[in-house]
Design a protein around this ligand. Structure first.
Ligand SMILES: Nc1nc2c(ncn2[C@@H]2O[C@H](COP(=O)(O)OP(=O)(O)OP(=O)(O)O)[C@@H](O)[C@H]2O)c(=O)[nH]1
Ligand SMILES: [Mg+2]
Length: 313
């Protein structure tokens, strides 16, 4: 029986195996992903992003409690752009979800990056989706391009902040205001939570009104004590409902589908040309010519494309 079929039958080992293969870029993983794709698109995907140590994992952990009590199955993807480790290696430290490790309804996977984070995490999410997980939580550190990419894959994006970030609100303004559907100020046991909330609200109000008409709410939490987590989960449900009732969901899904496809296309095209240059022993010559400025990258790329098009006639 194929790996994909075993995954669809609920075989957890098979799922872990495929995720490892995806991580290691083993070509046969693509065959499994092809087979699984028609079974995806059912899970609700929630992205959680924010600075290191802001409490993302703790929040995820407490949200999982609620989802499980409601009988939902959960997938967790922890993306760590800074860690050189992958797979299970960083699970222990960075993800505080050991309590759920023995729960069959919860599948946890961490992911380190070596480029193309978007594609990698999307593939992992697709596997969990095909496994039938109701909710998939994707945790990412920081706020950069990688995170934005991941946010693109989520239905609901949560941005976690902590009091006392001070001037960081400026930085926040630039990057994440647009990507947050819900905002969380965690560690509200600390001083400055109210000020943070006021500042954030001001920034949100100053920004231009969102196209989809959604007004991002702010939640105050103290995740270690699970304070405010219930409200947050219901905030997610409200956002889900708002998405479903407007045209926004369809639009979002189209955008996501397009982004995912373009990513695959890009990878395929690149792989094709790299292989070709290697087979024809052109790599070295091209680099030499570029180094010596005998030609330029634009012309080389144009020539390669042109050759490819002539060949296909
Ligand atoms: N005081 C206080 N500490 C908290 C709260 N929530 C989480 N913490 C602590 O903050 C630390 C970081 O929490 P994590 O949940 O690992 O944060 P994270 O954002 O997932 O961290 P990274 O994945 O490493 O970026 C831990 O020691 C938590 O116990 C809170 O509400 N109040
Ligand atoms: Mg974490």
């Amino acid at each position: 029986m194929s790996l994909a079929k075993r995954i669809l039958e609920g075989n957890i080992r098979a799922a872990s195996r495929l995720m490892r293969d995806i991580d290691d870029r083993i070509p046969s993983a693509l065959e499994s992903l092809k087979e699984l794709y028609p079974k995806t698109g059912r899970a609700y995907i929630i992205g959680i992003t924010g600075p290191p140590g802001s409490g993302k994992s703790t929040i995820v952990d407490k949200m999982v409690d609620i989802f499980r009590k409601e009988g939902k199955t959960v997938g967790i993807v922890a993306v760590d752009p800074t860690s050189p480790f992958s797979g299970g290696a960083i699970l222990g430290d960075r993800i505080r979800m050991q309590r759920h490790a023995t729960d069959e309804g919860v599948f946890i996977r961490s992911l380190a990056t070596r480029g193309c984070l978007g594609g990698l995490s999307r593939s992992i999410i697709n596997v969990m989706d095909a496994m039938g997980k109701d909710v998939i939580l994707v945790e990412t550190v920081g706020v950069g391009q990688d995170e934005v990419e991941i946010v693109n894959t989520a239905h609901t994006s949560i941005v976690v902040l902590v009091p006392g970030m001070g001037d960081d609100i400026q930085a926040i303004k630039a990057g994440i205001i647009e990507i947050g559907d819900l905002f969380v100020i965690n560690k509200c046991d600390r001083e400055g939570a109210d000020k943070m909330e006021r500042d954030l609200r001001m920034v949100l109000e100053m920004g231009k009104k969102r196209e989809d008409g959604w007004d991002p709410p702010i939640f105050k939490t103290e995740a270690i004590l699970a304070k405010g987590i219930f409200e947050l989960v219901y905030g997610i449900y409200r956002h889900k409902q708002a998405l479903e009732q407007s045209q926004a969901l369809e639009k979002k899904l189209r955008e996501r589908t397009k982004a995912a496809f373009l990513e695959v296309l890009e990878t395929e095209v690149m792989a094709h040309f790299i292989k070709k240059m290697e087979q024809e022993g052109e790599w070295g010559t091209i680099i030499d010519d570029l180094m010596k400025r005998r030609t330029d990258p634009y012309s080389v790329a144009e020539r390669m494309m042109a050759e490819e098009l002539i060949k296909d006639r």
